[in-house]
Design a protein around this ligand. Structure first.
Ligand SMILES: Cc1ncc(COP(=O)(O)O)c(C=O)c1O
Length: 399
C-alpha cells in the first residue's frame, strides 16, 4: 500500500490555509464579480514608472538588483522606509531598526516564529485579519479574541482579557481601516491601549497595511509613535505600491527586530533586491506620494458606490460599516442568515465575497460578510451588490 503522505504531515500543517487559498482562487476567477480578496485596484499599478525605473536600474545597477541582498534589507531600502515612517508618523527611526520583509504576511510569520511556543497566548481583535490568525495558530498559539465596537478594539475588554488568562505575549491590532471591518481605532483608545500593554508587559503588533489609504489622507497617531518601546509596527507595500514585488517591513524595539532578522535567515534569507530597489526609487523620487493621491480618490469613489448600492439593494435586517479608507465593508445580516452556506449560490449568480466566520479566532460571526470594494469597477460594484441583494432577499431561491 503506498504511503499516505498526509499521515506524515506535522501537526501545525492542519491549522488553516484552506480558507485563504479559496479566497485567492475565487478572486482569480474571471466570470464572477469578486468582492472577495483584499486586492489593490490594477488601475493604481504604476506600470509606466516601473518600466522606466526597471530599465534604469538594470542599466546602472544590475549586479546589485539581481543579486542576493542582506537579510535585514538593502541599506537604501531601510533608509527609505525609515524616512516614510518618520514623514507620516513623526518621531525618528534609525534605519538599523528597520527590517525589510517579503510582504506583510512574512513579517507576521517572523514575529510568530520569534515569540510563540505551542500554547502561548495571543490576543487579537474580533474580527481580525485571517492571515494573522493563521500565522499565530500555525505556531500553535492560543488565539483569543477581544471585542470591538465602532471605535475599534475595546480597551476595557482588553483589560478583562488580560486579567482573565495567562499573560499573552502579543496583542495584534490593525488600527486603521481594519481588515475585515473597515473600522478604525479612535485616537483616545490608542493612547490607552499602549498604556495598558506597557503596564502588562505585552508586545503590541501594529499592522498598518491600510494606514496610508485613508480617503482624506489623514490618520490618528500610530501606536508605534505613541509607544516605540512596546510596539512593533509591520507594514506592506502590497496595497500602496504593488503586491507583485512582495515587500513589507517591521519597525520596532531593536531586540525584536534583531530576532526577526535572525528568523528571516532561516526563512527566505532576504527579500528580493530588484523589488527593494524599485520600491526605494518609487518612494524617494516622490512617485508614491503622487500615486497615493490618485489611489485614495479611486478607493473613495468605489466605497461610495458600494455604500449606495447596499442602501438600494439590501433587504431590511442588514447593516454595514461605513469605512473612511482601506478596502473593506463589513456586512451583518439577521441572525438566521448563514454567510458560508450562501457562498455557492452567490457564485452561481456571479458574485463572490468572504464569509465572516474565519475572521473570528474562536468561531462566530456566521451572519457576517466581508466585501472588498477595492478591485471591482464601479459598474461591477453596483451590479454585484444588486445580485447579492437578490440572493439575500427573504424567500429568494438559492439552489
Ligand atoms: C491587515 C493586513 N496585513 C497584512 C497583509 C498582508 O500583506 P502582504 O500581501 O504584503 O503579505 C494584508 C493583506 O491582505 C492585510 O490585510
Amino acid at each position: 500500500m503506498p504511503t499516505q503522505w498526509p499521515e506524515l504531515f506535522a501537526r501545525r500543517s492542519s491549522r488553516g490555509g484552506d480558507e485563504l487559498t479559496a479566497i485567492l482562487s475565487l478572486a482569480a476567477a474571471t466570470d464572477v464579480i469578486t468582492f472577495s480578496g483584499g486586492f489593490p485596484a490594477p488601475e493604481t499599478f504604476p506600470v509606466d514608472v516601473l518600466h522606466q525605473l526597471t530599465s534604469e536600474l538594470l542599466a546602472s545597477d544590475a549586479a546589485m538588483a539581481l543579486q542576493y541582498s542582506p537579510t535585514e534589507g538593502l541599506p537604501a531600502a531601510r533608509a527609505a522606509i525609515a524616512g516614510l515612517v518618520e514623514q507620516r508618523q513623526g518621531g525618528t527611526v534609525d534605519p538599523e531598526d528597520v527590517l525589510v520583509t517579503s510582504g506583510g504576511i512574512e513579517a507576521l510569520q517572523l514575529l510568530a516564529r520569534t515569540f510563540l511556543d505551542p500554547g502561548d497566548r495571543v490576543l487579537v481583535e474580533t474580527p481580525t485579519y485571517l492571515g494573522a490568525i493563521m500565522a499565530f495558530a500555525g505556531y500553535e498559539a492560543v488565539v483569543d479574541g477581544v471585542a470591538v465596537d465602532d471605535d475599534g478594539i475595546r480597551v476595557d475588554e482588553l483589560e478583562d482579557a488580560l486579567r482573565r488568562g495567562p499573560r499573552p505575549k502579543l496583542l495584534y491590532v490593525i488600527p486603521d481601516h481594519q481588515n475585515p471591518s473597515g473600522l478604525s481605532l479612535s485616537a483616545d483608545r490608542r493612547a490607552a491601549l499602549v498604556e495598558v500593554c506597557r503596564r502588562h508587559g505585552v508586545l503590541v503588533v501594529e499592522d498598518v497595511a491600510y494606514r496610508d489609504l485613508g480617503f482624506d489622507g489623514t490618520a490618528p497617531p500610530s501606536l508605534w509613535s505613541l509607544g516605540p518601546d512596546v510596539v512593533v509596527q509591520i507594514g506592506t507595500f502590497s496595497k500602496i505600491f504593488v503586491p507583485g514585488v512582495r515587500l513589507g517591513w517591521a519597525v520596532g524595539p531593536a531586540s525584536v527586530v534583531d530576532a526577526m532578522t535572525a528568523a528571516k535567515q532561516n526563512s527566505d534569507q532576504c527579500a528580493g533586491a530588484l523589488g527593494q530597489m524599485l520600491m526605494t526609487s518609487f518612494v524617494t523620487q516622490g512617485h508614491l506620494d503622487r500615486n497615493l493621491v490618485v489611489a485614495r480618490a479611486l478607493y473613495e469613489s468605489r466605497a461610495t458606490t458600494m455604500l449606495a448600492a447596499l442602501a438600494e439593494h439590501l433587504p431590511d435586517g442588514y447593516s454595514w460599516t461605513r469605512p473612511r479608507g482601506g478596502f473593506f465593508v463589513w456586512l451583518t445580516g439577521p441572525d438566521d442568515v448563514d454567510a458560508r452556506s450562501l457562498v455557492a449560490p452567490a457564485a452561481r449568480l456571479g458574485v463572490a465575497y468572504v464569509p465572516g466566520t474565519p475572521f473570528h479566532p474562536g468561531g462566530g460571526g456566521h451572519n457576517t460578510f466581508r466585501l472588498a470594494f477595492s478591485r471591482a469597477t464601479e459598474d461591477d460594484i453596483t451590479e454585484g451588490v444588486r445580485r447579492l441583494g437578490t440572493l439575500l432577499r427573504p424567500g429568494a431561491a438559492r439552489s
